[in-house]
Design a protein around this ligand. Structure first.
Ligand code: HEM
Ligand SMILES: [Cu+2]
Length: 575
């Protein structure tokens, strides 16, 4: 290599004064760009959420029917697809080049992919807001949108696929150029899992959205059931990308906030592997009332194979809190079973957000998901508000909240800005977490009374039949409305904090890097010691507190599961 080349290469990096990581500047810029666009998408999605809450809350019933479905489409797409995926692209640029200390092989390609994704998303939103794509994010055929809508989705997906391939190229470059020693860090491994599932997902996406685009142009026919089967290869697997990504974030945050120690990295890696192997099967739970597939296929896929992916989540559900507990015990909080928890850094939104994400995802999302995804029980949950009740505690209380927690570390470490409105930031994960838990629980209860999802008018005015829900639903609608408003407030607090920090925040100086500075999370002020990195032979402490918590979880799980079998038996008047 010539001196010039070495100089050029060196100019591509900066050294992080907190973590000591060597950071590729283009990778850093791409983290920033993707994160900023993600927040803009969240703002669009949250505005739509507010209108949806105020419409479904029957006492208010704000929007007319057409605007309800338009906003429902906008909300699903801007939240579940655009906000979450732009954020995940930022995570890939972070977990690949930055964590591994590697260069980004093709920065220009990175910017081009970003542009492609933005163009795709803007095209989709234009069609949705001008009322030419009222098809909801599932876009079930034969509902038809303008061709530009499907084209937008395809451009967005191609951009995403190229980012994922670029991430895989980073892994090859980092391994070849030996930028890290030992095995691949667990966080990068989790991101790799997400990337592999993303490739599978996006290929399903191409298989369904390219023909649908041609269909919208009048060039071919599509069978509605074939659409649904292939679509859910995309729709469900993409949720497993989210789970893999947020579990990787949990491990990262456990390390950054309290110096978490993973009990057994091999087991965690195997659990990530199970996601890849069993995830496509679980998509069967979206097809349980469809006539397309037979009962044996349905029972096998949703009652047996699904549990292997669920098992993987339960492994992480144990190892993440255990790693926090063991990190805290090494920090000296060894009294009794729960001193580590009581004396945890609760005032750090990075920490509280992570813990709330684990709890809401596990207790809320995990338990309801396994239950309503069971072939037999599914029929009493199908197309009721129980379904969005379930996914608002998985992808919102779990994934979105984990991403919010991570943001509090990304702002000072990558944007190098002190977190603005620090007092509000400490509260934000609680407001969002409590709001979304209330909303999710209320939806679940309303669903138990049979209140449908995706339905504008549950009084059924002008319908040829009459149906009334029990008076108790009024109470749960109030809980739904209030919880929804609190959750939207939490989202807006996050957006305000992120935007003001990025565009008007104070730059972090070395003098700020000490404990107790406002706007600097405690783990950034003083990076916690990662004992195993200093001394590979150190004694692991065990996690007796986590064992108790897991026991409580399993009891709740069993209770909810069997109560639902009971509810099913009432319906069928068995015995
Ligand atoms: C900010 C707080 C949020 C509130 C208050 C909220 C509220 C709602 C409401 C009221 C519905 C309509 C349910 C129905 O009428 O069937 C809905 C649907 C939905 N939400 Fe949210 N939501 C929030 C955040 C999110 C986030 C962050 C995501 C994804 C990451 C998300 C994903 C979805 C999806 C996929 C649907 C279903 C759309 C459809 O049926 O096509 N939500 N949400
Ligand atoms: Cu699913």
């Amino acid at each position: 290599m010539t001196d010039k080349m070495i100089e050029n290469l060196a100019a591509r990096f900066r050294k992080c004064s907190v973590t000591g990581l060597k950071i590729d500047k283009d990778a850093e810029t791409l983290v920033k760009l993707n994160a900023v666009v993600a927040v803009v998408m969240l703002l669009i999605g949250a505005t739509a959420a507010l209108l949806l809450v105020l419409t479904r809350w029957q006492a208010v019933h704000l929007l007319p029917a057409d605007w309800y479905y338009r906003m429902l489409t906008a909300h699903g797409l801007n939240m579940l697809i655009f906000f979450i995926i732009f954020f995940e692209m930022a995570i890939l640029y972070f977990a690949g080049p930055i964590i591994l200390g590697s260069r980004l092989p093709a920065p220009k390609l990175g910017y081009a992919n970003f542009a492609l994704m933005v163009i795709g998303a803007v095209l989709v939103d234009i069609e949705v807001f001008r009322g030419k794509a009222d098809v909801l994010f599932t876009s079930y055929v034969p509902l038809r949108a303008e061709p530009a809508y499907y084209l937008g989705i395809i451009l967005f997906a191609v951009g995403t696929l190229l980012v994922v391939l670029h991430f895989l190229a980073v892994l090859v470059v980092a391994a070849r150029e030996k930028t890290y020693s030992g095995s691949m860090p667990l966080v990068t491994f989790g991101a790799l899992t997400a990337a592999i599932i993303a490739v599978i997902t996006l290929l399903h996406g191409a298989a369904i959205f390219v023909p649908t685009f041609l269909w919208s142009l009048g060039l071919m026919e599509i069978d509605a059931e074939v659409y649904r089967v292939v679509f859910w290869g995309l729709g469900h697997s993409s949720q497993q990308i989210n789970v893999s990504a947020h579990v990787a974030v949990w491990y990262l945050m456990a390390g950054l906030t309290v110096g978490g120690v993973v009990p057994n990295e091999k087991i965690s890696r195997v659990a990530f592997g199970l996601y890849i192997l069993f995830i496509s099967m679980a998509s069967a739970h979206h097809l349980l009332v469809d006539p397309g597939m037979g009962p044996a296929w349905k029972v096998w896929n949703t009652s047996y194979a699904m549990y292997l992916a669920v098992f993987a989540s339960m492994v992480h559900g144990f190892t993440v809190p255990a790693s926090i507990e063991m990190g805290q015990r090494l920090n000296g909080f060894t009294k009794g079973r729960f001193e580590w928890l009581a004396k945890a850094p609760w005032g750090d939104p990075g920490f509280s957000g992570t813990v709330l994400s684990v709890v809401i995802f596990g207790f809320g999302g995990g338990i309801t998901g396994v239950t309503i995804g069971t072939e037999q029980i599914n029929i009493i949950a199908h197309n009721t508000l129980k379904v969005p009740g379930h996914f608002h505690v998985t992808v919102v209380g779990g994934t979105a909240l984990a991403f919010m927690a991570l943001t509090y570390y990304v702002l000072p470490l990558i944007f190098r800005k002190k977190v603005a409105f620090w007092g509000m930031a400490k509260l934000q994960p609680w407001v969002f977490g409590i709001g979304i838990s209330m909303l999710g629980s209320a939806m679940t209860f309303l669903g138990s009374f049979g209140v449908p999802r995706r339905h504008w008018d549950i009084t059924f005015q002008g319908a040829p039949f009459s149906l009334e829900f029990p008076a108790a639903t009024n109470l749960f609608f109030a809980m739904f409305g209030i919880g929804g408003l609190i959750a939207v407030t939490g989202a807006l607090m996050y957006i305000a904090i992120a935007v003001v920090t990025v565009f008007f925040g104070q730059t972090v100086t070395d003098a700020d890097l000490k404990p107790g500075v406002a706007g600097i999370p405690q783990g950034v002020g003083k990076l916690p010691t990662q004992q195993y990195q200093i001394d590979p032979a150190f004694e692991r402490t065990g996690a007796p507190g986590t064992v108790v918590l897991v026991g409580i979880f399993l009891a709740c799980f069993a209770l909810y599961y069997f109560v639902n079998w009971q509810a099913l038996s009432f319906l069928w008047k068995v015995g």
